[in-house]
Ligand binder design. Structure first.
Ligand code: FES
Length: 128
């Protein structure tokens, strides 16, 4: 049985809870490859997937920051003004666990970014 039904405006609406905080994990030409040495990429993705909602993305265009993870605020936090937080050089198992813990705590707009993750934070170039 489908979980979606047409809205009065003809668009599809999902009858699910508002989108939770989640992470976008880049995996493409650099992130998640042997170009980034000293990282168990499969384990990193498995640890995140086991703890929080994850979407794997193609190259996000900031390979110099590989491995890149973007923490997306939940729908309510986004509506209140929270924005995605880009984290680069997430190449340490402890950082991966810190990302998961922050997302589980609510992520951007809900829980303060842990100080340690501030070291990984960067501003992506503007996209056109
Ligand atoms: S492969 Fe991740 S930013 Fe390019």
């Amino acid at each position: 049985m489908p979980l979606q039904s047409p809205g009065t405006d003809g668009t599809e609406h999902t009858a699910a809870a508002p989108a939770p905080c989640r992470v976008v994990v880049c995996r493409d030409c650099c992130c998640g490859t042997p170009k980034v040495t000293g990282v168990d990429h499969e384990r990193q993705l498995a640890r995140l997937t086991a703890r929080v909602p994850v979407r794997v993305s193609d190259c996000l265009g900031v390979c110099e920051h590989a491995n890149v993870i973007v923490v997306q605020p939940g729908a309510a936090a986004r509506a209140a003004g929270a924005r995605p937080v880009w984290l680069g050089l997430v190449n340490d198992p402890d950082a991966t666990e810190d990302v998961a813990a922050w997302v589980q705590a609510g992520g951007p707009g809900v829980a303060p970014c842990p100080d340690i993750l501030g070291l990984y934070r960067f501003t992506p170039p503007r996209r056109e």
